[in-house]
Design a protein around this ligand. Structure first.
Ligand SMILES: *[C@@H]1O[C@H](CO)[C@@H](O)[C@H](O)[C@H]1NC(C)=O
Ligand SMILES: *[C@@H]1O[C@H](CO)[C@@H](O)[C@H](O)[C@H]1NC(C)=O
Ligand SMILES: *[C@@H]1O[C@H](CO)[C@@H](O)[C@H](O)[C@H]1NC(C)=O
Length: 316
């Protein structure tokens, strides 16, 4: 089981600015920001807020507060920004109620952040995380729930990684992620209760079960599909990927090097560690749905129907 991979084996230049130790894939070249900024307030705007922090390019953002930031308008992330959610005191940091957007920006690192759009957002055309037309972006240990348009919109995005993350319980369109162009690395993510697009790709393929049109070439190997909802992990081998042409060898040597887990190991890995850490009630609920192995879980239209406190957003 290969847990780490060097930039060299991904076929990427081995640069000093690997996003962070252990970063993988096409977005691992993001170097983020360098100017220290400490978020010390959970307010929507003003001095010491995340909105103030991300409004200027070049920031390396840490947190001295924990809890939810209730966004009153979309949160825009400038180019050359690092959001170090892992620095927040327990139980961690999250944003709720509006879109988070790095659209058309470049060189953005987002770690350990909970992103919960939900029905508080009056704009039903916005996504939970939007990186349309962005380049060199990595999301790691991020939890995206209650996305309204797409959970993750990456149309036109270049050099992207989404790793160790949870993308779950989309409402509205009930979609996971939409990408075109690429290249994009999706690695060790948990996709839960989406209607479709987990992810949708019209660019380079991924190693997960995806919606892919007929003109895509995919290398898929060692996958299992458990579709009988009987509460037991008893899938059968299945390596079809939408209508894509399944190749007999990897299209990219880096992709092959990343696929170091068996299907059973991959299940155990995402159950144990996908998403923001520590897990809050929303992520715990999502993981419990997966662990039911088909006996729980449904497509939802609003976060309230989860029965979690705080109108379904959970408390943080
Ligand atoms: C950004 O902040 C993190 C957390 O404090 C730190 O580990 C990292 O070295 C900083 N990076 C830069 C480039 O300043
Ligand atoms: C994407 O990454 C490659 C290196 O892997 C680099 O040559 C290219 O310039 C990057 N694209 C953008 C838009 O930054
Ligand atoms: C939330 O979803 C539940 C279950 O589908 C539904 O009964 C309820 O009407 C919805 N509430 C709103 C405000 O849409």
């Amino acid at each position: 089981m290969r847990l780490a991979i060097s930039a060299l084996s991904l076929g990427l230049p081995l640069v000093a600015g690997l996003a962070f130790e252990g970063a993988v894939g096409f977005g691992s070249i993001a170097t983020g920001g360098t100017e220290a900024y400490v978020v010390s307030s959970l307010a929507d705007s003003g001095t010491g807020t995340l909105r103030d922090a991300t409004s200027v390019s070049g920031r390396n953002i840490t947190f001295s507060v924990s809890g939810y930031i209730v966004l009153e308008s979309p949160l825009s992330i400038s180019s050359h920004t690092t959001i170090n959610g892992q620095t927040a005191p327990s139980p961690g940091i999250g944003v709720m109620g509006r879109e988070v957007s790095a659209s058309s920006q470049s060189n953005v690192i987002v770690r350990n952040l909970r992103i919960r759009q939900g029905t508080l957002d009056p704009d039903t055309g916005k996504s939970a995380f939007n990186m349309g037309d962005a380049s060199n972006v990595i999301l790691d240990h991020v939890s995206v729930e209650y996305g309204v348009w797409d959970s993750v919109d990456a149309v036109g995005a270049v050099n992207i990684t989404v790793s160790n993350s949870i993308i779950a319980l989309p409402i509205g369109q009930q979609f996971g992620a939409h990408l075109e162009t690429g290249p994009v690395t999706w690695y060790r993510n948990l996709w839960v209760c989406g209607h479709n697009r987990q992810p949708l790709t019209k660019g380079p393929p991924t190693l997960q079960r995806i919606q892919a049109p007929f003109y895509i070439n995919v290398y898929a190997n060692g996958n299992f599909l458990d579709s009988n909802n009987n509460g037991v992990l008893d899938g059968t081998a299945s390596n079809t990927v939408g209508s894509a042409i399944v190749l007999s060898a990897p299209w990219n040597s880096g992709s092959a090097a990343l696929a170091g887990l068996t299907a059973q190991q991959a299940y155990a890995s995402v159950i144990a560690s996908a998403g923001a850490s520590p897990r809050d009630s929303v992520d715990a609920y999502v993981v419990s749905l997966v662990e039911s192995l088909g006996t729980k879980g449904q497509i939802i239209t609003n976060q309230t129907s989860t029965g979690l406190p705080n109108n379904g957003y959970g408390t943080l």
